[in-house]
Design a protein around this ligand. Structure first.
Ligand code: ADP
Ligand code: MG
Length: 345
């Protein structure tokens, strides 16, 4: 079976590494030469996402298509889906790639987010009630690792809102952040991994640990809400939900990633089935495996130049697993690799 993957980052790389163990061929379509996944795929194309002639060539080489990056243009996903099945469905991606439609979608299911408001001009910010401040102005689309976000202390702070594609969200006092990874198969079977605890530095994930040290009420609530969203979308594949827990132990949904997720890298070594394997099993309709935690673990992201220290290291312990994404340019803040440590519980 040939699995086509749109996007060529480290998530695609780990999907390719897993696919080869399952006897599945991978075909990567990416718009960048510095794409980790192309070194691990059976074939690849480096072309623009709106080059439909090349997209047609890609489709010819695939039996099923998925994506590892939610900002693939909807028109491309929709074009492909009319010729060959794309999982998860492009319509779901359309809702999730826009923070405004994403938040409205979960609110309508009765799941709370922190208070937010659509912003179309700087003027609108100055007229907002004080309870939105301090707030965070976020671009509706294309944001990741805190990109496109500005903290606004009060309504009078001058803002450079240059289009109508923003939301303003109340900045809350975070106690903890967690994520829940779920997988739904084509026949509707749904599994979740245990909640993972996440620590961010400069809005970029720094450390994840599994399982999260949280109150049983929060544990159950986060899984229940994640399942509700997955069911309502009739989602197929792996999906990740990021949650905030505030100082009053209130749970809020932060955002959804319609793909495998950075906080789930530790599932490679600490579960019987990784998030990457679950995704491939689900989208390719392979036999189902229920995720079971084998070992407690911690994962650390390796950013920018820090990767050189790890590349030179030869003294990893038997419980340490270093993953190098083999990116050529170690730009500051760029995710270059990660280290997972298995820990005794
Ligand atoms: P991204 O798409 O860049 O991951 P997020 O909305 O998840 O954007 O924000 C990144 C991080 O910034 C969050 O994980 C959290 O640590 C912090 N953050 C974002 N929004 C809020 C908020 N409303 N209140 C407090 N912290 C926030
Ligand atoms: Mg996030």
């Amino acid at each position: 079976m040939n699995l086509g993957i749109l996007g060529g980052g480290q998530l695609g790389m780990m999907l390719c590494q897993t696919a080869s163990k399952l006897g599945i061929n991978t075909f990567i379509y990416t718009d960048s030469n510095d794409s980790p996944a192309i070194n691990f795929s059976n074939s690849y194309l480096v072309k623009n996402y709106d080059d439909f002639k090349e997209i047609d060539n890609f489709i010819k080489g695939c039996d099923i298509i998925t994506y590892e990056f939610e900002n693939i243009p909807f028109t491309t996903l929709d074009y492909i889906n009319k010729k060959l099945e794309v999982h998860p469905s492009p319509n779901i991606n359309l809702v999730i790639q826009d923070r405004l439609t994403e938040k409205k979608y979960v609110n309508q299911l009765g799941i709370p987010t922190v208070p937010f408001v659509e912003i179309k001009s700087s003027d609108e910010i100055s007229k907002l009630p004080n309870n939105y401040f301090p707030g965070i102005l976020k671009t509706r689309k294309m944001g990741y690792d805190g990109k496109g976000q500005t903290v606004i202390e009060d309504p009078n702070q001058i803002q450079n809102v240059n289009n109508d594609q923003y939301i303003l969200e109340k900045k809350i006092d975070l106690k903890k952040e967690i994520s829940v990874i779920g997988v739904r198969y084509l026949d509707g079977t749904l599994f979740t991994y245990q909640p993972i605890q996440n620590i961010h530095q400069n809005q970029i994930l720094y450390k994840s640990s599994s399982p999260a040290q949280i109150d049983p009420k929060i544990y159950n609530q986060s899984i229940k809400w994640s399942e509700k969203i997955i069911e309502s979308m009739e989602y197929v594949g792996v999906i990740c939900f990021e949650y905030f827990i505030d100082k009053n132990e209130e749970l809020f949904l932060n955002e959804i990633a319609p793909r495998v997720h950075n906080s789930g890298h530790l599932t490679i070594e600490s579960y019987n089935v990784s998030q990457f394997e679950s995704h491939i099993r689900a989208v390719c309709n392979l036999p189902k495996v229920e995720p079971q935690l084998i070992n407690h673990s911690e994962m650390y992201n390796i950013l920018g130049e820090e990767i050189e220290i790890y590349r030179k290291r030869s003294n990893f312990l038997t419980n340490e697993y270093f993953h190098d994404y083999h990116k050529k340019q170690p730009k500051s803040g760029r995710k270059m690799g990660h280290l997972t440590k298995l820990i005794s519980s």
